[in-house]
Design a protein around this ligand. Sequence first.
Ligand SMILES: [Zn+2]
Length: 133
Amino acid sequence: MVVPRVWRERVARYRMVGKKCPACGKVYFPPRDVCPTCHRESYGKMEDVELSGRGKVYSYTVVYQNVLGYELQKPYIMAIVEMEEGPRVTGQIVDCRPEDVEIGMPVRAVFRRLGEEGKDGVIVYGYKFVPDL
Ligand SMILES: [Zn+2]
């Protein structure tokens, strides 16, 4: 079922809300209930933290393959972005030509339509990254 999952994830999808471990201070996105480093010390104590949406390109790849839902955008850039708060997240970089992207480039998250999921045609929005120059 697509709808309940989208609904459950709505907070994480429309704002970048992660979880911060009160014991070691590490930030996780997507949110986790338990810090994999601190385990029991963090259980039930993980704190919501809203990410700024700003980060830097940690690594990237230009995808030339045709993927369902991305036909009009190929080639496209998939990157691992290291957020200001520490977590590394995977996302597409848009509004940027493949030849212009580079490691360390500042980017910020924007919310864009990602496509439709399932036979009910639920439109899913999520974050992508744009150059933050
Ligand atoms: Zn921790």
